[in-house]
Design a protein around this ligand. Structure first.
Ligand code: NAD
Ligand code: MG
Length: 390
């Protein structure tokens, strides 16, 4: 029996993870499931899978969760401390699938107790990559990538020497607006930005795909996870989303990972690693697909990619600044306060301003310093948006 915990179990990655677990219930002992405001789903999943504890991130929902779990034998808990407590419960495999910087602390806690952390929460590596990797090493824990591109790279690297890697190419679908004329983008609506051509994902990552902020995060994630240099990482547009990443070696070979756009592949790979087991994903009919397309991303359309380079060059806590400013700008876009194209301007503004504040982004990376610059970057982002509005 594998003891498993799923952070963010009510979300898109979380539900795909539970789908795999529920297909082989006798193989898993579910320790903790966590969610946000969707108490009905959290409670129903915790009951059906016989979890020890279900945790909502929101203190005010504890009574609702208790009521929903009454008589089930599943304990109910709420709030930040309860999330950390859930991460400290012994587990062999923990899925980190909370969205945003909020995923960092529970993942860090899980690493301190060993076992495997399946990392969907790319923000953890963007905000605190060196800290996360060092914590895993110190406690004998293992981090396995779940982002489709990073799982693909990881698989292409199996049995290879990282020193023989020349470059890593991650693909991007181009998101909802890849074929829109540039002048139309400023007026893009929330509904338009929230529908992805190929992947079915949570709303925030879907909008980040349209703006390429998701790919910007993934470039930084690649650098932090695989330890390659920034100029070894390339992004290519691939509208079909079937080739997830390619690794180029010093002898000129390119190893590509090809598969259906179904996150259960990457999740299942991390769940069963180092074995490969049957997974319920579609098998590709290459003859029916016929053609795969690739093209260079247009820098004018996707300023987020340039900002990712900037972050990698600055290093230190600039990833935490970048991510927090992005999250705040995304909140404002979702709330209808700023336009689609304004998001990159806000992030650039905050990054430039905070990088010039002496000692700020160069401080040692700890959970406290990450939380500090995260908090400050959100305030700076609000200031930048107010200045623009006023
Ligand atoms: P989602 O919005 O569908 O789900 C997010 C989950 O996190 C939910 O369970 C929600 O309740 C919980 N949550 C949200 N805010 C929280 C907070 N402040 N504290 C505690 N819990 C909170 O998101 P998703 O699409 O499943 O993405 C999850 C993570 O996986 C993100 O980091 C995303 O970038 C990454 N990812 C997702 C996909 C995908 O296909 N959806 C692919 C690759 C990577
Ligand atoms: Mg991805």
């Amino acid at each position: 029996m594998k003891r498993v915990t799923v952070f963010g179990s009510t979300g898109s990655i979380g539900q795909n993870t539970l789908d795999l677990i529920a297909r082989a219930p006798h193989d898993y002992d579910v320790v903790a499931l966590t969610g946000g405001r969707n108490i009905a789903r959290l409670a129903a999943d915790a009951r059906r899978l016989g979890a020890q504890v279900a945790v909502t991130a929101h203190d005010d929902l504890l009574e609702d969760l208790r009521a929903a779990l009454a008589g089930s034998g599943v304990a109910a808990a709420a709030g930040q401390a309860a999330l950390i407590e859930a991460a400290a419960r012994p587990a062999d495999w923990t899925m980190s699938a909370i969205v945003g910087a909020a995923g960092l602390a529970p993942g860090m806690e899980a690493l301190k107790h060993g076992g495997t952390l399946a990392l969907a929460n790319k923000e953890s590596l963007v905000t605190a990559g060196p800290l996360l990797m060092a914590t895993a090493a110190r406690h004998g824990a293992r981090i396995l990538p779940v982002d489709s591109e990073h799982s693909a790279i990881f698989q292409a690297l199996a049995g290879e020497d990282i020193a023989a890697v020349e470059r890593i190419i991650i693909t991007a679908s181009g998101g909802a607006f890849r074929d829109w004329p540039l002048e139309r983008l400023a007026g893009a609506t929330l509904a338009e930005a929230s529908s992805h051509p190929n992947w079915d994902m949570g709303q925030r990552i879907t909008i980040d795909s349209a703006s390429m902020f998701n790919k910007a995060l993934e470039v930084i994630e690649t650098r932090e996870f695989f330890g390659v240099y920034p100029d070894q990482i390339e992004v290519i547009l691939h509208p079909e989303s079937l080739v997830h990443a390619l690794v180029g070696f010093r002898d000129g070979a390119l190893m590509a990972h090809v598969g259906a756009s179904d996150m259960r592949h990457a999740i299942g790979y991390a769940l069963h690693w180092p074995e490969r087991r049957d997974l319920p994903v579609a098998r590709l009919d290459l003859a029916a697909i016929g053609t795969l397309n690739f093209r260079a991303p247009d820098p004018a359309r996707y300023p987020a990619l340039r900002l990712a380079r900037d972050v990698m060059q600055r290093g230190g806590l600039s990833g935490a600044v970048f991510n927090a400013a992005k999250e705040r700008a995304l909140d404002a876009f979702i709330a209808g306060r700023i336009g689609f194209l304004d998001m990159a301007g806000v992030v650039e503004d905050v990054l430039t301003r905070m990088s010039s504040e002496s000692g700020l982004i160069d401080a040692e990376i700890t959970l406290d310093t990450v939380a500090h610059v995260d908090h400050l970057a959100r305030i700076r982002a609000d200031e930048a948006m107010q200045a623009k509005a006023g």
